[in-house]
Design a protein around this ligand. Structure first.
Ligand code: A2P
Length: 361
């Protein structure tokens, strides 16, 4: 099967330059008297553990707030280095990236510079990367990871995800849909963990049936620690979240602010999340923005959030979500604005046998 929208760079990062896209000290202002699961975790674990890290089933943990580094338009050279350095200075310790975003060299440069100047140690930083679709075949998994490590110039990454369940293959320059079995991909991901190249392994954009397939693998050695999916108040993923929680899988929410409205790809018929009157109204009550309310909503339901911003003012704003609490009524009101609206649809692969979004969740 041929892929409809053939953009070689988009489909084949690494084969040519891809296009774009601490010890977590206590996050400042963290309040302890929460009724959320985070506060219960804090109570159970005592004061020595950061309640704003979410535990993984493999014994590791992830900071509940991270900085997204996917720039949907082609990143301007140097922009990511500046943004990640600013993020570290502002206090972010968790960064979310991918081979596909085409800027891991800059993410690595920024992290290494902030280690070199003494601001952080490597172990303070949590970095996630993702294996692109064209590397799902077992023979290519390690190559995909090596491209990431080489770009970053780091020895290991903290979390490595299968970016999408949908494999692609390059047949003499033609990009074909590949029905590669992601369970086979997973077995190699497990060996990458054993080799110490990655600390934890998980998936992204899997529906619950695909997660189930993975969990039922006869020779499963490590369960996926997380599923990273689009998640925000217009697509609150309540069913998938319930499924993940019941299987000890952390849900990481990308596009928690409803994505960028870049006209190059944003459907102008879609409503803009941050203009939502309910989010704004609740924000006014707490003297917070709609963005801060959208992020706070997620962390109160144990969803890890990775808002993307390369603007230091907005990065700072997005971090100021630990000093207020939404009431149960406000949480319910935000549940009520869900529209099951997916901004990122990957329509180009709608005919792929493993296209994840035909399933309800
Ligand atoms: P910028 O990088 O200029 O700050 P998402 O994380 O849902 O994908 O959203 C990312 C988009 O939201 C980016 O366009 C980013 O732009 C913008 N953004 C990030 N933080 C905020 C904020 N606090 N208020 C409004 N827009 C924001």
């Amino acid at each position: 099967m041929r892929v409809r929208d053939q953009r070689q760079g988009w489909l084949n990062p690494g084969l040519e330059r891809p296009i774009a896209p601490g010890s977590t000290r206590k996050i400042s202002g963290c309040i302890k008297s929460l009724s959320s699961a985070a506060s219960m975790r804090a109570a159970e674990m005592g004061d020595s553990v950061d309640p704003w890290r979410v535990p993984f089933c493999d014994g590791n943990s992830i900071p509940i707030l991270g900085l997204g580094t996917c720039s949907l338009d082609k990143p301007v050279k140097g922009e990511t280095v500046k943004a990640v350095k600013a993020g570290i200075e502002i206090g972010y310790r968790h960064f979310d990236g991918a081979l596909m975003y085409g800027n891991e060299d800059e993410v690595g440069e920024a992290i290494r510079a902030k280690i070199a100047d003494g601001t952080v140690k490597r172990e303070d930083i949590f970095y996630t990367s993702k294996l692109w679709m064209s590397y799902l075949s077992p023979a290519l998994v390690q190559k995909g990871l090596e491209l990431t490590l080489k770009s970053l110039k780091l020895d290991y990454i903290d979390l490595f995800l299968i970016h999408w369940p949908t494999g692609l293959e390059d047949a003499s320059g033609k990009i074909l849909l590949s029905d590669v079995d992601f369970c086979e991909t997973w077995a190699v991901m497990e060996s990458c963990k054993d080799a110490g190249l990655v600390r934890s392994i998980g998936v992204s954009n899997f529906n619950h049936k695909q997660l189930e397939t993975l969990l039922r693998m006869p020779k499963l050695k490590y369960r996926p620690v997380c599923n990273q999916v689009e998640c925000h108040p217009y697509l609150n993923q309540s069913k998938l979240l319930k499924y993940c929680k019941s299987n000890n899988i952390v849900l990481v929410g990308y596009s928690p602010l409803g994505t960028s409205q870049d006209p190059a790809w944003f459907d102008p018929n879609n409503p803009i999340l941050l203009n939502d009157p309910e989010l704004r109204k609740i924000g006014e009550k707490h003297n917070k923005t709609a963005a801060q309310v959208a992020l706070r909503y997620q962390i109160q339901r144990d969803v890890v959030v990775i808002p993307k911003s390369f603007n230091p003012g907005r990065m700072k704003q997005n971090k100021e979500i630990f000093d207020f609490q939404l009431t149960n009524e406000e949480m319910k009101a935000i549940d009520g604005i869900n529209k099951n609206l997916r901004y990122i649809t990957l329509k180009q692969l709608i005919d792929h046998p493993k296209y994840p979004f035909h399933e309800e969740y």
